[in-house]
Design a protein around this ligand. Structure first.
Ligand code: NAP
Length: 536
């Protein structure tokens, strides 16, 4: 059922925000605090964005909950009691709803509205935005808070429509409980979503078969309940933790690198990886400063994880199939709870689909002449990341130019915040911003505050239009390209490069220069009078 929001989209607002996830909600608050009339259009029936949609079994954040939370609500920071080291989806969604309640912003959110198109009216210097409901709203500023991983990758296996059982997509999971008890379940994909859901589905299913194209590195979460004393200790010095986050590469406090792998012996590296493995979590990847730049250093981390997989999985052939050979961390490192252990269960099977085409039949899945009967199929096949939601919104800028055309060879932005030819349009965590390489909640805050300050500055100066200049966009993209090229993260096909989606232009999309450098650049642009922007 739809959450209570505003019933009708207004004909006019000063600011239209798309999305009522954490970014959309914070923007609504900031805009209201600054006296703007803002409305959010949200395709879901409630707030929470990614956590509203990703309800698959085992969905959980891979950043620690005390860090994956907002600092702009200091009272909530003190009052909210995260129950586990890594919060599960229902708790994060409850947190999002608590924010909406405290801010009393639902009346400014129109739920169940998908934006279908937006045109910039150059004469009026405003956007006209159309919704799936047929409603239209005009606004001077249009802000896309649509998230980086919000459009599922719709795979296209031959015969897909013929399958007679239910199918599920991890990123669009039903809002009612799904019970796999006694069923033969097939999961396609072995990325983070699959790695989290497989151990949970295995608890119910009679048979679980996983169809893997590429294995992934995963490290244990070592999740546990948080007790009152631990929470209290963090809360007592939250400001310090937030400062430490802000000065770290990924907006995550702790886990500082030991040094350079090149200056360390093999044994010392192995010991450090063991220490981080025992500690659990994604900071495994930050053990050495050069591990994401130097293939030799990276291979030691990769070898360590492969050894752990072989230690854990009893059947050597299955273990072998589960061992990745690509660069560790080029695809996002997965954080798991009992993922590899699950393959030791007698009713769990792994099928390698990397060499033969897979098709779907009414009874199940077929490959190389063999049928794998299934009662249900789970597509854990990922997302049209970073650009999917922006392009789907059919945005047309100056002279009616579609964003599709401007991005024909891949996304281009200035700071991931603005796009040449698209005045008064802002993107929160857009392509070429650090976004997915960071702890999203504090990173979102920086973007929302920057955009709000920018719009306030325009108002103070009596200006009505701002647009990224082409030169500024070009040089920011060139800087992105250079920084990305040097980093091993750009070395594998992944959703970072767009290669997971057929026909998508290939290019490394997020900014990998780190959060502090990026924030400093954003601040420098402001202190130089919005350098790289043209204002009227
Ligand atoms: P993903 O990492 O892109 O994984 C998709 C999986 O589906 C891959 O194993 C991929 O294989 C497979 N696949 C895709 N198309 C296929 C096809 N046509 N045929 C066969 N296999 C196919 O997607 P995800 O697991 O949803 O994760 C995406 C991102 O969301 C993560 O990297 C992470 O940033 C975020 N996430 C975070 C959490 C968390 O906080 N814990 C949880 C879930 C997701 P290939 O590798 O061969 O392409």
């Amino acid at each position: 059922m739809a959450d209570t929001g505003c019933r009708k989209v207004p004909k006019r607002a000063e600011i239209v925000i798309v999305g009522a996830g954490f970014a959309g909600m914070y923007l609504l608050k900031l805009m209201r605090d600054n006296g703007f009339d803002a409305v959010a259009l949200e395709q879901g029936g409630g707030v929470g964005g990614t956590w509203y949609w990703n309800r698959y079994p085992g969905a959980r954040c891979d950043i620690e909950s005390m860090q994956y939370s907002h600092k702009y609500l200091p009272e909530l920071e003190q009052q909210w009691n995260w129950s586990e080291r890594y919060a599960a989806q229902p708790e994060i969604l409850a947190y999002a709803n608590e924010i909406a309640d405290r801010l009393e912003i639902r009346s400014n959110i129109c739920f169940e509205r998908q934006v279908t198109a937006a045109h910039y009216d150059e004469a009026a210097q405003e956007w006209e935005i159309n919704c799936s409901t047929g409603e239209t709203v005009c606004a001077r500023f249009y802000i896309m808070a649509t998230g980086c991983l919000s459009v599922p990758n719709q795979v296209d296996f031959p015969g897909m429509a013929s399958f007679t059982g239910p199918t599920y997509q991890t990123g669009q999971w039903p809002h009612v409980p799904v019970d796999f008890t006694g069923q033969r379940v097939a999961v396609i994909g072995t990325g983070s979503s699959a790695i989290q859901s497989i151990p949970q589905i295995a608890k119910q299913a009679a048979e679980l078969t996983i169809f893997q194209r590429t294995p992934n590195y995963a490290v244990p979460a070592k999740n546990r309940a948080l007790d009152e004393a631990e929470r209290a200790e963090i809360k007592a010095q939250y400001a310090n933790l937030r400062r430490e986050q802000a000065e770290s590469f990924a907006n995550i406090a702790g886990g500082l690198p030991l040094g350079k792998a090149a200056d360390t012996t093999y044994e010392e590296q192995w010991d450090e990886y063991q220490r981080r493995w025992d500690e659990g979590g994604i900071l495994f990847n930050g053990a050495f400063r050069d591990a994401m730049f130097d293939k030799t250093a990276n291979e030691i981390a990769a070898k360590f994880v492969r050894a752990k997989i072989r230690e854990t999985v009893n059947d050597p052939a299955t273990a072998n199939l589960l061992c990745p050979t690509n660069t560790l961390g080029a695809k996002r490192l997965c954080v798991d709870i009992d993922y590899f252990e699950t393959y030791n269960l007698p009713h769990v099977h792994l099928v390698d689909i990397s060499k033969n085409p897979l098709s779907i039949t009414p009874e199940g899945l077929k490959m190389d002449g063999k049928t794998y009967e299934a009662d249900a199929i789970v597509y854990a096949t990922g997302f049209d990341a970073m650009t999917g939601a922006l392009l789907r919104a059919n945005i047309c800028g100056r002279k009616g130019k579609p964003l599709h055309d401007h991005w024909a060879e891949g996304p281009r932005t200035y700071l991931g915040l603005a796009i040449n030819g698209f005045p008064n349009l802002f993107t929160v965590t857009g392509p070429a911003s650090p976004s997915v390489f960071t702890n999203m909640l504090p990173t979102i805050e920086q973007h929302c505050e920057w955009i709000t300050d920018c719009i306030c500055t325009l108002r103070e100066k009596g200006q009505v239009e701002i647009e990224a200049e082409l030169d500024a966009e070009n040089s920011w993209m060139e800087h992105n390209r250079k920084v990305g090229e040097a980093h091993l993260r750009s070395s594998s096909a992944s959703w970072y490069t767009g290669e997971n989606i057929k026909g998508k232009p290939v290019g490394f999309m997020p900014y990998i220069g780190g959060f502090p450098k990026y924030r400093d650049k954003c601040e420098e642009v402001v202190s130089n009078g919005y350098h790289g922007f043209r204002t009227i």
